[in-house]
Ligand binder design. Structure first.
Ligand code: ARG
Ligand code: ZN
Length: 481
C-alpha cells in the first residue's frame, strides 16, 4: 500500500489491520484479490475496456518521426482500483518496454490482440489510487490487429483518428466510453512539423535540442478514449475567439490543394454552427472549439474528436459542406458529452447528429425536416436491406450502417411529430443536461421523453428503433405532411 491510499483501505481487505489480526474471534479469511476483467462488459465488443479500475487522467508524452512512423514515449495513468486486484489489463498494441505501478516495476505480458496484462509487485486494494507508467515504442502503421491498423500514415505525418478503436496505437488505456478521463498530450517532432490535438494549448510549442519542437495540448473536460486524436504533419493553424468567448483552433492540411478553399469555407464556420447548436441543444459542453481538415489521401470519414472534429478530404470534393460540420459538432453534445454506455446504443450518437443536419437544412431554407423525412422514406423501397437494420440495436458489424444515421434521424422526427415541437425542443437540452460529461442509454432517453411529453412512447421507440422492416406511416405522420 502506498501512504496516500492508507485511508482508503476497506475493512477486511488485505492490508487492513483487522484482516490480519491475531486477537478476538478468528478473522474471516480475506477474499483473495482477483484479476481485473479483460473487458468492461460491452455487449458488442466484450474485450474492449477493462474491469477493476477507473481512470481519472492520462498524461501522454510522445516522440514521433514522420519519416519512419516511429512513435515512442511514456503514458502516465492516474486511476483508482474498484476491486482488490491481483492483476489488471490495459488496451494497447505497441511494444512495451517497462511498466511501473506506484513507482515499482511491474511485470507485464501481452494477451490476445490488444490486451496488456499488468501484475503489480504488491496486491492492489479496492479504492487504492494507482499511478501506472508505461514506456513504449513502435511503428503504429505496421502494428496490425486482424490485418488492420487504426493509425493512418500520411505523406507528411500521421492521423490517430478512428472509432471505436484508435487509442490502441498511441496510448495504453481503459478503452471504452464508460470510463472517461481528462488527458494531456505532448509530442516532440522535427521543427517545422505541426501537431494538433484536442482542447487547448497550455503553452506555446517548446524548442528542444536536435532541431525539434515539443507541442502540448490539454483536455481538461473528461472524455472517452476514442475521442482523443493526433494530427501530425503540415497544417495551417488558424485561431479565433468564438461568440461564447472560447478559443477556436482550426487546422488545414497544406496538402489539400484545390480542396483547401472548400475546407476553409466549411470548417471556418464551426464557431457560428456551434453557437446555433447551443441554442437548440443547450450550453456547449467543452472548453474549446475547432476542426481539422485532414490531408489528401488520408481518411474517408469524419470524426467528432472532442473539441476539434477531424474531416476527411472527401467531404470537400463537391464544394463547401456545412452539413458535415453541423453533424460532427452536434456530436459534441450527443456522443462526446453524453456518451454511449455500451456500443449497442450508437443511435444516441448518430441518430441525433444526423437529425441536426435536418434542423440545419430547415434553418437554411434548404428543405424542412419533414421534407427530408419524406425523401428518405421514399428513397428506400419496403424490401430494401436498409430496413433490416434496427438502429436501436444494429449489431456489432452495423454500428455505422446507413440505417443508424438515416432511419435514426427518421425516428427522432417521428418523436417530434408525436410529442410536438414544444416538448421535442425541451427534451433535447434536458437530455444533454441530465447526462452532461457522462453516459446515457436509449431506455433513459425514452423515459425522459415520456416524462417531459406525458406520452407513452413505447410503440414509437419499438417500431422505429427496434423492429426490422419499413414502419407504416401513422395518421399523425401523414397529417403533418
Ligand atoms: N462517428 C463518425 C461520424 O459520424 C463515424 C466514424 C466511422 N468510423 C470509421 N472508421 N469509418 O461521423
Ligand atoms: Zn456521426
Amino acid at each position: 500500500l502506498t501512504v496516500s491510499t492508507a485511508g482508503a483501505v476497506a475493512a477486511g481487505a488485505p492490508g487492513h489491520a483487522a484482516a490480519r489480526s491475531g486477537w478476538g474471534r478468528p478473522a474471516a479469511a480475506p477474499a483473495a484479490p482477483t484479476p481485473g476483467s479483460p473487458g468492461i462488459g460491452d455487449s458488442y465488443f466484450p474485450d474492449y475496456g477493462n474491469g477493476g479500475y477507473d481512470v481519472d487522467h492520462y498524461d501522454v508524452r510522445l516522440r514521433y518521426e514522420p519519416a519512419t512512423d516511429q512513435l515512442s514515449g511514456t503514458t502516465t495513468i492516474l486511476a483508482r482500483a474498484t476491486q482488490d486486484l491481483s492483476r489488471f489489463n490495459l488496451d494497447f498494441v505497441l511494444g512495451v518496454q517497462s511498466v511501473k505501478v506506484d513507482n515499482y516495476p511491474a511485470t507485464f505480458a501481452r494477451e490476445g490482440a490488444h490486451e496488456l496484462v499488468i501484475t503489480a509487485p504488491r496486491p492492489i486494494v479496492s479504492g487504492q489510487s494507482l499511478t501506472i507508467v508505461v514506456q513504449y515504442a513502435g511503428v503504429p502503421s505496421q502494428t496490425r490487429v486482424d490485418g488492420w491498423t487504426g493509425w493512418t500514415k500520411t505523406a507528411d505525418g500521421a492521423l490517430a483518428v478512428n472509432e471505436p478503436e484508435s487509442a490502441w496505437w498511441w496510448y495504453p488505456s481503459n478503452d471504452h466510453p464508460s470510463d472517461k478521463a481528462t488527458w494531456d498530450v505532448s509530442v516532440s517532432v522535427p521543427t517545422g512539423v505541426e501537431v494538433v490535438s484536442n482542447g487547448v494549448q497550455p503553452r506555446p510549442p517548446l524548442a528542444e535540442p536536435g532541431n525539434r519542437t515539443r507541442w502540448g495540448w490539454r483536455s481538461a473536460t473528461p472524455g472517452a478514449t476514442y475521442l482523443a486524436f493526433l494530427a501530425i504533419g503540415q497544417y495551417d493553424i488558424v485561431t479565433d475567439t468564438a461568440p461564447n468567448g472560447q478559443p477556436v483552433v482550426n487546422a488545414y492540411s497544406t496538402t489539400l490543394g484545390a480542396l483547401g478553399p472548400a475546407a476553409r469555407a466549411s470548417i471556418g464556420r464551426t464557431a457560428e454552427i456551434v453557437d446555433w447548436e447551443s441554442g437548440i441543444f443547450g450550453p456547449y459542453p467543452f472548453e474549446a472549439q475547432g476542426g481539422v481538415a485532414a490531408p489528401a489521401n488520408s481518411i474517408s470519414f469524419a470524426l467528432e474528436t472532442q473539441t476539434r472534429s477531424v474531416y476527411g478530404p472527401g467531404f470537400w470534393r463537391r464544394g463547401s459542406n456545412t452539413y458535415v460540420v453541423v453533424h460532427e459538432n452536434a456530436h459534441q453534445w450527443f456522443g462526446d458529452s453524453v456518451s454511449v454506455a455500451d456500443w449497442s446504443q450508437i443511435w444516441l450518437n448518430e441518430g441525433f447528429a444526423s437529425y441536426a443536419e435536418w434542423l440545419w437544412s430547415e434553418e437554411q431554407g434548404e428543405g424542412t425536416a419533414q421534407e427530408w423525412f419524406d425523401f428518405t422514406y421514399a428513397s428506400y423501397p419496403a424490401d430494401a436491406e436498409f430496413w433490416q437494420v434496427p438502429p436501436g440495436n444494429p449489431g456489432a458489424n452495423n454500428v455505422f450502417d446507413g440505417a443508424v444515421y438515416d432511419r435514426g434521424a427518421m425516428a427522432l422526427h417521428q418523436l417530434r411529430l408525436a410529442v410536438g415541437d414544444a416538448a421535442f425542443f425541451r427534451i433535447l437540452p434536458a437530455w444533454t443536461a441530465a447526462h452532461r460529461h457522462g453516459n446515457g442509454t436509449i431506455e433513459q432517453f425514452q423515459a425522459l421523453a415520456e416524462q417531459l411529453s406525458g406520452k407513452d412512447l413505447d410503440a414509437l421507440f419499438t417500431t422505429w428503433l427496434f423492429t426490422k422492416g419499413r414502419p407504416e406511416l401513422t395518421q399523425a405522420a401523414s397529417a403533418a405532411r
